[in-house]
Design a binder for this molecule. Structure first.
Ligand code: THU
Length: 136
């Protein structure tokens, strides 16, 4: 799975976005160490707070299937019916990534399939708090 293919997976995932309130559609595609891909979309809620971001949907789907080792996540986003725009994961999603991913090596692809940038989790969440901080 190339980075470009993973961006296209994220674009496919975005088609399932449930966004009756913001109309801002996000898709994510999470690549496991074994090469499997889990797709996620944002899922909004009339009460707003229960809204789940695309990134967390993908991660929770994967973890609930027994996956724990992740290499890369691709994210694409944009308003319904408009061009894709560069969008960066929210703080909550970065923290969830921190739980399961090595910040030094986990890669985050942001942008569009035509023009995307690659970040590490460490770049997106410097000095992050994670599981290692709770080890004695
Ligand atoms: N959203 C995501 O799914 N991922 C992000 O990286 C940023 C924000 C969603 C949440 C909400 O459904 C909509 O975008 C507007 O905030």
């Amino acid at each position: 799975m190339t980075d470009l293919e993973l961006m296209f997976e994220a674009a496919e995932a975005r088609k399932a976005a449930y966004t009756p309130y913001s109309h801002f559609q996000v898709g994510a595609a999470l690549l496991t160490a074994e090469g499997r891909v889990y797709r996620g979309c944002n899922i909004e809620n009339a009460a707003y707070t229960p809204t789940n971001c695309a990134e967390r949907t993908a991660i929770f789907k994967a973890v609930s299937e027994g996956e724990r080792h992740f290499e890369t996540i691709a994210v694409v986003a944009g308003k319904e019916g408009e061009e894709l725009t560069f969008t960066s994961p929210c703080g909550v999603c970065r923290q969830v990534m921190m739980e399961f991913c090595d910040p030094e090596t986990f890669r985050i692809l942001l942008g569009t399939p035509e023009n995307f940038h690659v970040f590490t989790l460490k770049e997106m969440l410097p000095e992050g708090f994670g599981p290692l901080d709770l080890q004695a």
